[in-house]
Design a protein around this ligand. Structure first.
Ligand SMILES: [Zn+2]
Length: 248
């Protein structure tokens, strides 16, 4: 059994060797918190105490690339479910107590309001110019020195494609065209879903939104700066563009 244990900061409990705890019994007590049964022989729960001796809590966003592929996907799901468990105790409509009505939903015991974990959609877009250039930027909220792609949250009443156009205009002042969907993936920080797109540069000069970005420029495929690590959507988009020159 693998134990996926998260604290309120979306940090995952790891052994001193950086592994997910393994064994018949969890290394800490789940107390009254819900224990989720998940794929790949995993269980997960919320734990609001410091890590015990010989264990450490590490932010999932930094730890995820060290986890094996199958465990990483389950850890993403676990993190979203545990986050949901930690915050939804009372009904937002009537204040009644929320209890589990299925493995992934809670229902109000007073008014019957049923709620599933909230997922926040966000877009990320690789913008190319000609065959050999892409737009890369460093956002102020990046945790590292790498350069990434333009990204942002979907707003109400907006399609994903409209969101792509708006975010690119807001952050860079550039016009784009030929928007093409690529793929999606969970991004549990704490509960996002990333939708990846490609788009072609149309016109305009780069003017960065200084509240969001510290730098933004065109890079040639032969001289890319440090780029985001696997398995981020940004990296998947960049790798695909690098490997499929004829498609762009
Ligand atoms: Zn209620």
């Amino acid at each position: 059994m693998h134990w996926l244990i998260f604290n309120p900061k979306n940090e995952i409990l790891l052994t001193s060797n950086g592994d997910v705890p393994c064994g018949d019994n969890a290394p800490v007590d789940a107390a009254q918190n819900h224990i989720f049964d998940l794929a790949n022989n995993c269980k997960a729960f919320y734990y609001n105490n410091p890590a015990p001796q010989d264990y450490t809590f590490e932010w999932l966003r930094k730890a995820y690339h060290k986890l094996p592929n199958d465990l990483r996907e389950t850890a993403f799901k676990a993190s979203e479910l545990v986050y949901f468990d930690s915050y939804l105790n009372f009904c937002p409509k009537c204040g009644g107590k929320m209890e589990y009505s299925s493995p992934i939903s809670k229902k109000c015991v007073s008014c019957g309001n049923e709620i599933w974990p909230r997922i926040n959609p966000a877009i990320i877009v690789l913008i190319y110019r000609g065959k050999d250039e892409i737009l890369l930027s460093h956002a102020l909220n990046f945790h590292g020195t790498f350069y990434g792609l333009t990204a942002g949250f979907l707003e109400t009443g907006e399609s994903l494609e409209q969101c792509v156009v708006r975010e690119v205009m807001e952050e860079t002042s550039l016009k784009i065209k030929n928007i093409r969907y690529f793929a999606s993936q969970p991004w549990p920080y704490p509960s996002q879903e990333m939708f990846g797109f490609f788009a072609e540069y149309e016109s305009g000069e780069i003017h960065i939104q200084e509240e969001e970005l510290s730098d933004c420029r065109w890079y040639n495929r032969n001289a890319l700066p440090e780029i985001p690590p696997h398995p981020s959507m940004a990296r998947k988009l960049i790798d695909y563009w690098l490997d499929h020159r004829d498609e762009f």
